[in-house]
Unconditional design. Structure first.
Length: 178
């Protein structure tokens, strides 16, 4: 594996008559160091903890950043030994592009336990269990004498289509204040 150190400590003198090549070199060095940091970070991060990358627009600036990073990737990709390492290099490059262009990362990524990490079937089952528990709680409330309209409505809907009749319990006036 070949690691290229970023030449950040190179002294640069900017001339007022300069045509912008020095600024471009500084920007390329910044891109190279960002790419290197992102690749190293991605290699050490487990697959399930990688952040979700945002979709970026195909603007001229974003394309220019990608075109500038492509030649830098060649050395890393030539040195990769297997598919996992190639994957981490490419993901690191995508992460570097997002950082360079300043794209915002969503806080609801995989690293924070996004709900999409749970299979849909399991989520549906858990939702049905939660609804059943809520219904059981309301049935218990009704059985213990709670005649609020919401409880009675829920109980009627639960027994709709069956031969069970739901009747409100009549409260006697013995407990009422005079």
């Amino acid at each position: 594996m070949v690691e290229q150190p970023a030449n950040v400590n190179t002294p640069v003198v900017v001339d007022s008559n300069d045509d912008g090549t020095v600024a471009q070199e500084l920007e390329l060095e910044h891109m190279r160091s960002t790419l290197e940091e992102a690749i190293v970070e991605t290699r050490s991060t487990p697959l399930e903890n990688r952040p979700r990358l945002p979709r970026i627009a195909l603007s001229k600036r974003n394309r220019a950043v990608v075109r500038a990073l492509n030649p830098m990737l060649v050395t890393y990709l030539e040195a990769s030994r297997d598919l996992c390492e190639t994957d981490s290099i490419l993901f690191g490059a995508a992460l570097a592009v997002c950082r360079i262009i300043g794209a915002k990362f969503s806080t609801a990524g995989r690293a924070t336990g996004h709900s999409s990490a749970i299979p849909a079937r399991r989520r549906r089952i858990e939702e049905r269990i939660a609804k059943a528990r809520a219904l059981i709680g309301r049935l218990i409330c009704f059985r213990s004498g709670n005649n609020r309209s919401r409880i009675v409505r829920t109980v009627r809907m639960a027994f709709a289509g069956t031969n069970v009749r739901v009747r409100k319990r009549r409260t006697t006036g013995d407990n009422m204040p005079k």
